[in-house]
Design a protein around this ligand. Structure first.
Ligand code: KG4
Ligand code: ZN
Length: 361
């Protein structure tokens, strides 16, 4: 995801004020348009999902091999109204049944964020309901506790909790000491993990988005065939994925020079293993170091089967990973984080602006 410069880093502080201090029953309608999904959801009490609609633009952007920002915002304009209407219809609710409107304020593409923000502001103004700006990354974290009717209810979070956030635009380790309280331990120095999947997929001529393509090709591959580098960056909690990406590029160039077809399955599996090894080990080490009671993995890359298996296969820490439907961008996660912000007293005003580079902590 290409991020633009934040217009006003202090906008959140200026538009947020504390209005109350306790969790309370509430039905939140949330809107998410930070990148290439137009999404809306309704959630009860921060966890129970009543309905969720995601209109994906994936097919449109696949033509360009990545997200085309101007096309994304135009598609959001076309989709937002029907997506909100469908979300209400699926829940058999009207806007009068909603207590507050949550919306992704950042980080993300400025032109895309503005479409969701304007829709949410219009609804808040017309209905006289509170408005809550939500950080997209915080949304990914809160996706772990959302459940649908009929699903097993995931346990409540136990703090301190070590959160690995792995998406197309971000890769970071956060220590969460309480609801809405984060200490960033480290982040990527170059490419995000999802971005590395997307770039390697492109050089292997696999379709966008790269993560699912690489995972699919890797199913039949030998992950030990190529020993791609792991950047441990010992002594820090940071990550780096540009080295492994370049190493795949050099391997592909050497293989092409030698002639014959590329062993796509083995290249994909070896690359995937190199990324997962680093994400898994650094998260486990950080959880031990900071005395975490649990681990949480969220963001688009948390959909990766090998990464999920690694975390689910260890028994040292309980692990929260969202269901597959909530790993990639959706609005249920924005409603979940929005609920905690709303019931702990945060409210945004109609002056709220998009924060394309908004950091979590
Ligand atoms: O969280 P997300 O939907 O959007 C951002 O906030 O960036 O994450 C999208 C990223 C993309 O880079 C995509 O390739 C990656 O998540 N992704 C995966 C998988 N599914 C999506 N990466 C690895 N394996 C997957 N199965
Ligand atoms: Zn995301």
């Amino acid at each position: 995801m290409r991020l633009l410069r934040a217009k006003n880093k202090n906008a959140l502080a200026m538009t947020t004020k504390v209005i109350m201090t306790e969790l309370k029953p509430a039905r939140i309608l949330a809107i998410e348009t930070s990148c290439d999904e137009t999404a809306c959801a309704i959630l009860e009490n921060g966890r129970a999902l009543l309905s969720s609609v995601v209109a994906s633009q994936m097919e449109i952007h696949a033509r360009y091999g990545g997200v085309f920002p101007e096309v994304a915002s135009r598609q959001h304009v076309l989709s937002i109204m029907p997506v909100v209407q469908q979300t209400l219809a699926q829940a058999h609710l009207t806007l009068n049944d909603i207590d507050a409107i949550a919306v992704t304020q950042g980080p993300g593409l400025a032109g895309s964020l503005i479409v969701g923000l304007n829709m949410a502001k219009g609804m808040s103004l017309a209905l006289g309901k509170p408005l809550v700006g939500v950080n997209h990354l915080e949304g990914h974290i809160y996706s772990s506790w959302v459940y649908e009717a009929g699903d097993t209810i995931p346990p409540e979070p136990q703090f301190p909790l070590l959160a690995l956030l792995v998406s197309g635009g971000h890769t970071e380790l956060n220590l969460m000491t309480d609801h809405l309280t984060y200490q960033r331990l480290g982040s990527t120095l170059d490419d995000a993990a999802g971005e590395a999947f997307d770039k390697v997929a492109r050089l292997l001529e696999l379709p966008y988005p790269g993560g699912p393509s690489i995972q699919r090709e890797a199913e039949e591959g030998d992950a030990s065939r190529f020993n791609f580098p792991r950047a441990w960056l010992d002594g820090t909690w940071n990550f780096s994925f540009s080295g492994v990406k370049t190493s795949v590029l050099y391997e592909v160039q050497a293989l092409k020079k030698r002639g014959g077809g590329l062993p796509i399955h083995d290249l994909a599996a070896s690359f995937q293993k190199a990324v997962v090894d680093v994400l898994f080990k650094k998260t486990m080490d950080a959880a031990r170091e900071f005395g975490a009671r649990e681990i949480l993995v969220a963001g688009g890359v948390s959909a990766n089967r090998v990464l999920r298996q690694a975390f689910k296969g260890q028994t040292e820490f309980p692990v929260h990973i969202p269901p597959l439907s909530l790993c990639t961008d959706n609005a249920a996660m924005i409603a979940a984080a929005g609920y905690f912000r709303y019931s702990l007293g945060y409210a945004s005003t109609l002056e709220m602006d998009a924060l394309p580079n908004w950091a979590l902590s």
